[in-house]
Design a protein around this ligand. Structure first.
Ligand code: SF4
Length: 345
C-alpha cells in the first residue's frame, strides 16, 4: 500500500491515526496534493497512491442550489474528502476530477470552525430579520428561526464507505448534536453501519439516508456498492434502534422494462421496510447539466442509459416526461410525502 501525505498535514491527530493504522504502508511525503491530484496519473503505475492525505485550505462548505431539496436557501454541501471507493457508472465524479485517487482532508477542527461560523452567521441574519418585524406580529406568527439548516455530507464521496480511513462519523455526528435547528445528511450506498453503531448514541441531528435501486441495476450500474438485501438489513437495524433513516431513490434509471423492474422493487421495499418509520424520501431521475452530459458521454460512449436521456431545456439532459411521471406516481404510492427533485411535488 502506498499513501501520499502532505507535509503540512503531518501533525494533525487524524494523520497520526492513519499512520498508526497503516503501519506497513509506503508513505511518500508531498508538498501539495494538487501536484498529484490535478495531474493525470496513468493507471496501474507503481507511483499511484492508494489514497492521499491533505489539508484543506479552501472552503469545505458550498451552498446547495435553491432548487435542491428542503425548499429553503440554507442548505450546504460539506466536503471532507474527494472521490469514492465505489464506482457507479453514472457518477459525476467520473469527470469531476482529473483522476480517481481518494483524497482525505484531515484538518477537521478548521472544517468544524467553518461550519460553526456559517451557522452563527445564518442565525444572526435571521435574528436581525425578526427584529426588523413588528414585535406583536412576531408573537402572533410565532416567528422563530424559520428554516432548518442542512448540511449534505456525501456529495464528493460516499462518506460512510470511507469511514475506515476518515473516522467521519466519530468526528462529525456528535459535533452536529450541539446545534438547534440544524441537520446533517449522511447519504450512502454502503451497508457497513458499524461506524454508526459504534457511536453508542442515537443522534437527533443526523439523518442516515440510504440510496436504493433494484438489485439487478445495482449489479449492473453501481459497482462495488452493497447489495440491496444488505442495505435493507442495515436500514432495519437502524430503524429498530431509533435512528433517523431516510430513503433516496436516485437516480431512477431509464432501463428497458423499467415499469416491471421498478414496480417489483417498490413492492419489495414496502414489504421489507416499515415506511411509517422512515424520516424522509427523495426521488430523482437521472439528469445532467448539458455540459456534464457531454463530458460523461465523451468518457463513457458505451453507457446505454445515457442514450435514453433527452435535452429537456437548455439546462438539462433528463428522462422524458412520461417516464418521470411513471416514477413519481409509483414512489408517491410508497410515500405520498416523498420529495421530487426538479419537478412539481
Ligand atoms: S456511491 Fe455515490 S459518490 Fe460513490 S461512485 Fe456511487 S454515486 Fe458516486
Amino acid at each position: 500500500m502506498q499513501i501520499y501525505i502532505e507535509k503540512q498535514a503531518k501533525n494533525y491527530p487524524q494523520t497520526k491515526n492513519i499512520l498508526q493504522k497503516f503501519k506497513s504502508a509506503n508513505i511518500i511525503w508531498i508538498d501539495n496534493y494538487k501536484n498529484i491530484f490535478d495531474k493525470k496519473i496513468p493507471l496501474n503505475t507503481s507511483l499511484k497512491p492508494n489514497f492521499i492525505v491533505a489539508k484543506l485550505n479552501s472552503n469545505s462548505i458550498t451552498k446547495a442550489p435553491d432548487w435542491y431539496w428542503h425548499n429553503n436557501n440554507q442548505a450546504y454541501f460539506l466536503k471532507t474528502s474527494l472521490n469514492c471507493v465505489f464506482d457507479c457508472s453514472y457518477c459525476f465524479l467520473k469527470w469531476a476530477f482529473k483522476n480517481d485517487i481518494p483524497v482525505y482532508f484531515i484538518n477537521y477542527e478548521d472544517i468544524k470552525s467553518e461550519i460553526l461560523q456559517k451557522i452563527k452567521n445564518i442565525n444572526l441574519e435571521e435574528k436581525k430579520e425578526i427584529e426588523k418585524n413588528d414585535y406583536e406580529l412576531k408573537l402572533e406568527q410565532n416567528i422563530k428561526y424559520k428554516n432548518k439548516i442542512w448540511f449534505y455530507s456525501s456529495d464528493y464521496s460516499d462518506i460512510l464507505a470511507m469511514d475506515q480511513i476518515s473516522w467521519f462519523m466519530q468526528n462529525f455526528v456528535s459535533f452536529f448534536e450541539k446545534f438547534d435547528n440544524t441537520m446533517m445528511e449522511v447519504r450512502t450506498k454502503s451497508a457497513n453501519i458499524k461506524p454508526i453503531l459504534d457511536l453508542w448514541f442515537v443522534p437527533k441531528n443526523t439523518e442516515f439516508a440510504f440510496s436504493l435501486n433494484p438489485q439487478e441495476l445495482i449489479k449492473k450500474y453501481e459497482s462495488g456498492t452493497s447489495n440491496l438485501e444488505e442495505r435493507i438489513k442495515a436500514i432495519n437495524i437502524l430503524l429498530k434502534k431509533g435512528y433517523k433513516v431516510g430513503l433516496r431513490f436516485l437516480p431512477l434509471l431509464p432501463v428497458k422494462n423499467y415499469e416491471k423492474i421498478y414496480s417489483e422493487f417498490v413492492k419489495e421495499i414496502s414489504e421489507k421496510i416499515d415506511m411509517k418509520k422512515i424520516s424522509s424520501t427523495f426521488v430523482s431521475g437521472l439528469l445532467y447539466t448539458v455540459s456534464d452530459y457531454n463530458n460523461i458521454l465523451k468518457k463513457y460512449p458505451k453507457l446505454d442509459i445515457l442514450y435514453r436521456l433527452k435535452k429537456d431545456d437548455n439546462l438539462f439532459f433528463r428522462e422524458k416526461r412520461e417516464l418521470r411521471d411513471f416514477f413519481y406516481k409509483l414512489f408517491k404510492s410508497l410515500d405520498k410525502k416523498c420529495f421530487i427533485c426538479l419537478d412539481e411535488n
